[in-house]
Ligand binder design. Structure first.
Ligand code: TMP
Length: 248
């Protein structure tokens, strides 16, 4: 991985990304890594070139969403594996939107993977590694104070909008958006006394084959991280193909 930040203190290191302090207040650098995990971290590996591919795919998709009026943390791409983004106070709930039954929903519903849904299903997961990110509904979110009612309404509206835009975009490129995972937060700015001031809710994290499922519309071939999770082979080639489809 090329490193813009030799010796620089990390703010945070996750399974697929490292976050470094930015050069301006309220900004950070998000560096995409080649490492991959699955099964709650039990399965670990490396997908050659994944950092570069996911940074480029996320760059294209965040710019598309911004153009379509979705507020995101995206600011610019600074090198092959690094995006400059707004610093966020992340909301502690992940949002999954599903258009077709797959993955954990196939297990929980008993429906066969590949079954189309008559309307998208939006799911909420409490972000907590120790608990394995449990599924929550609106009532858990509100009773445990993870988000206010206004925040929950806004996050759900934004998630459906993002799903609609991306589903159409990928559909036009021969890819079916099966499901996707989104994270939201509030942009952090600083007041005159250096105090933290929280801005509006924006879409954060990444949008890539690590966090979405894409199937080829004609062949139903899986072109996402399920190739790694399920040892299907040709993992890197799938990410390259997704980037190729959205690059024109
Ligand atoms: P699931 O079917 O395993 O619940 O996954 C639903 C979608 O969310 C799928 O596109 C993969 C993505 N996802 C993540 O980005 N991170 C995770 O930790 C999990 C479990 C799923």
């Amino acid at each position: 991985m090329d490193n813009l930040f030799p010796g620089k203190r990390k703010l945070y290191e996750g399974k697929a990304k490292v976050v470094f302090p930015g050069d301006n207040p309220g900004e950070v650098y998000m560096v995409f890594k080649d490492t991959a995990t699955a099964l709650n971290g039990l399965k670990k590996g490396t997908i050659e070139d994944k950092g570069r591919l996911n940074a480029e795919i996320s760059d294209i998709l965040f710019r598309l969403l911004e153009k379509r009026g979705v507020r995101t943390h995206y600011l610019s791409k600074v090198n092959e594996t690094t995006l400059r983004v707004k610093e966020l106070r992340i909301l502690p709930v992940e949002v999954v939107v599903r258009n077709v039954v797959a993955g954990s929903l196939a297990k929980r519903s008993g429906r066969e993977e590949g079954t189309p849904l008559p309307r998208p299903i939006l799911e909420l997961y409490f972000k907590c590694d120790e608990l394995g990110d449990p599924v929550w509904n609106d009532e858990h979110v509100l009773a445990f104070g993870a988000m206010s009612e206004e925040e929950l309404t806004e996050v759900k509206e934004m998630a459906h909008k993002v799903n609609g835009i991306l589903r159409e975009f990928f559909g036009e490129r021969g890819l079916e958006l099966i499901d996707l995972k989104l994270e939201f937060g509030r942009a952090m700015t600083y007041g005159s006394a250096g105090e933290e001031v929280l801005g509006p809710i924006v879409l954060g994290d990444e949008i890539s084959p690590d966090t979405c499922r894409f199937w080829d519309k004609d062949t139903q071939e899986k072109l996402d991280k399920d190739r790694f999770r399920r040892d299907l082979g040709a993992v890197r080639e799938a990410y390259v193909e997704v980037l190729r489809r959205i690059s024109n």
